[in-house]
Design a protein around this ligand. Structure first.
Ligand code: GLU
Length: 658
């Protein structure tokens, strides 16, 4: 294989109507000072009172959003009944951010009490996906910690102890009703239009009878004696929340010996010293149960924040059938995890106005607050490509570079695509080459790869990062990057150079230092100017030569030379004869170095290509121009030899690039 190596009334101007409604608010204001208003001559006390009120409300709101000053312990408590998805990742992220922003701890707890719905590889995948996303936990099943174990199935005795405590204290009772009895009651209640809630059949079983039946091995569940009035709970977003109906006597321990989610959840949140619970709004209706349990134990509940549910534009809950819900979709689409976190954090949380949407994980930690929005969050994926591009930009220009990530999300995917094209270029028969296109690159427009890309080595990765840094922007579409930068990666066939010369008539209407000049004269001037740039080279291929090439062939050194050189050249419109604005020399350089392709700045391209490849392209362009000017009957070699013999060009270059 030939050379294969290897992504919307101003403040102080209330309407007269609103001013009259404000008399009772004067109390807010004691000063008689008035402020000049350009729209209504003077601002009244009422108006100023309104301002004070506004400021006060704003401050109240800000206080509500403020994070506590003390370290928060938060947890992400997934059930291994499914994989991580956009909604659960967002919940994990909010909890992670609260812990990190306050210097607290983020805990991972596996809530596997519903043994009938376990998905065999869900736990493993949860770990992998959270790690991939970059959300590290301080305590969890695999890292342990002071309040473990962190898998609920390993904490059954703790739940038993607590259920027994509630039974002993008369706050819970054993329920011996069979599932069939319960189902029969439900059906009958449903048919007669009555409440299907548990009727409390076993509430009145005496303690002795209960103990006796239990000791004889009769199967039972444990039910909590709920209060007969709905209780009020507090929530950071909803402030105070109360359900219309009281809770039924809900089960806290199932007949199979496992605790219910509600029970294990509160026992663990208490045992693990969780201070804040941020979770989806679907859990809001369960929270009164939780708070009743906390009250029964005499424990203070953690602070709750129930964040809006993610819905689609039709207000349907986001589910598996929606694209962009599974983590695998993000992986498949080569979206860096930080871009996904950035996208997720903006779903129902907002930062101070004026802050940019682009955020690194550290920015999210630094800016995090309780400024959540209530109600459903309509997810639009429109912002994702923008964030994707911004995170690419961040990865490319980060110093020092995060090499594993740059390689994983940019360099390696581009190299993979490069290999696709290169394989096809090498293997496609000559006759089919004319029509063949791979990743939107016509194969006939390519010659062999540049030497830096010829080997499947670290240097190809390094070269590709340099190419990425040279590029003005890198869109999520890495194939676009490849095609727009094809001549940073492959060399240019003479036929393409020749054709682009024919398609760029202004090249034939140039002046050099004010005098009309043929394209070859201009190219010769360019070659000569640049050939002096690297002074000592040592032996070809020697370490000394390589060092001179990298140290002396830098954008900083090339730029002044190119600036003065390109100004000496101007080109004019072949039809109007008007000079084309901008330094004409750039036209020649773009033709010679990139076959006229638009793209990055030419000085950066020259630095990227290196001295040797740059000079080689300039000399080749010179030869092509000369050929065009000579009698076509003479071959190119002959013409160049003639010119060289006339002493027109640095001979050494022709030795290098015969
Ligand atoms: N295990 C519950 C879930 O799967 C946790 C809910 C909560 O955070 O309390 O979402």
């Amino acid at each position: 294989m030939r050379g294969i190596g290897v992504l919307l009334r101003r403040p102080g101007c209330p309407s007269p109507a609103s001013a009259s409604t404000l008399s009772s608010r004067r109390l807010w204001f004691s000063s008689t000072r008035s402020t000049h208003c350009p729209h209504q001559t003077q601002v009244t006390q009422q108006q100023q009172g309104e301002d004070v009120l506004k400021v006060s409300k704003k401050r109240q709101a800000e206080d509500k959003w403020k994070l506590p000053d003390s370290p928060c312990r938060t947890r992400f408590a997934p059930s291994p009944t499914g994989y991580l998805h956009l909604g659960s990742l967002r919940t994990a992220l909010f909890n992670y951010l609260l812990a990190r922003a306050t210097g607290g701890q983020f805990i991972l707890r596996i809530e596997d009490t519903d043994q009938t719905r376990l998905v065999h590889d869900a736990e493993k995948r949860l770990f992998e996906d959270l790690r991939w996303a970059g959300l590290s936990w301080d305590e969890g099943p695999d890292v342990e910690g002071p309040y473990g174990p962190y898998r609920q199935s390993e904490r059954l005795s703790l739940y038993d102890e607590h259920a027994n405590q509630l039974i002993r204290e008369g706050k819970a009772y054993r329920c011996f009703c069979s599932p069939e009895d319960l189902e029969r009651h439900k059906q009958a209640a449903h048919e007669s239009g009555e409440s299907t809630a548990y009727p409390g059949t076993c509430r009145n079983v005496s303690q002795e009878e209960s103990d006796d039946r239990a000791s004889r091995g009769e199967k039972y569940a444990v039910r909590f004696k709920s209060s007969d009035k709905p209780i009020i709970i507090e929530d950071i977003l909803y402030t105070r929340y109360r359900k219309r109906e009281p809770e039924e006597d809900f089960i806290i321990r199932k007949r199979d010996g496992f605790p219910t989610y509600h029970f294990a959840n509160i026992v663990d949140d208490r045992a693990m010293k969780i201070t804040h619970v941020i979770r989806g709004a679907e859990w809001l209706i369960s929270t009164p149960k939780h708070v009743e349990l906390y009250n029964a134990f005499g424990w203070e509940p953690p602070k709750f924040a129930h964040v809006g549910l993610l819905v689609d534009k039709e207000r349907q809950k986001l589910s598996k059938r929606h694209q962009g819900v599974d983590m695998s979709w993000y992986k498949y689409n080569n979206i860096p995890p930080e871009a996904l976190l950035n996208f997720a954090v903006l779903l129902g949380w907002s930062q101070k106005s004026g802050e940019p949407d682009f955020m690194t994980l550290q920015d999210m930690i630094d800016r995090f607050s309780f400024k959540f929005s209530k109600g459903d969050i309509v997810v639009s994926f429109d912002k994702l490509p923008y964030l994707h591009e911004k995170h690419f930009e961040h990865l490319i220009h980060q110093e020092p570079p995060n090499l594993p990530r740059v390689h994983r999300y940019l360099v390696n995917p581009i190299i993979d695509r490069f290999v696709d094209v290169e394989m096809a270029r090498v293997e496609t028969p000559e006759a089919a080459l004319e029509e063949a296109t791979v990743h939107n690159i016509p194969l006939k427009s390519l010659a062999s790869p540049v030497p830096q890309m010829a080997e499947p080595s670290a240097s190809a990765q390094e070269y590709m990062l340099h190419a990425l840094r040279t590029s003005k922007s890198v869109k999520p579409d890495l194939e676009l990057f490849l095609s727009q930068n094809r001549y940073a990666i492959w060399t240019i066939p003479d036929s393409v150079l020749s054709q682009n010369f024919d398609e760029t008539p202004s090249l034939k209407h140039a002046t050099l230092d004010g005098e009309a000049a043929t394209p070859s004269v201009v190219m010769r001037f360019i070659v000569e100017q640049l050939s002096d740039l690297v002074s000592s080279k040592g032996e070809e291929g020697s370490a000394e030569e390589k060092q001179a090439e990298t140290e002396e062939w830098t954008a900083e050194k090339i730029k002044p030379m190119v600036d003065s050189m390109v100004k000496a050249v101007s080109v004019s419109d072949p039809e109007t004869g008007e000079p084309i604005k901008g330094a004409g020399g750039y036209k020649f350089l773009r033709w010679a170095l990139l076959a006229g392709d638009h793209g990055p700045g030419l000085v950066s391209v020259m630095e990227l290509l290196g001295r040797k490849e740059t000079m080689k392209r300039l000399v080749t362009a010179y030869k092509v121009a000369l050929d065009k000017e000579k009698d076509k009957k003479h071959g190119r070699i002959g013409s160049v030899a003639e010119e060289v013999a006339a002493g027109g060009i640095t001979l050494a270059l022709f030795d290098l690039f015969p």
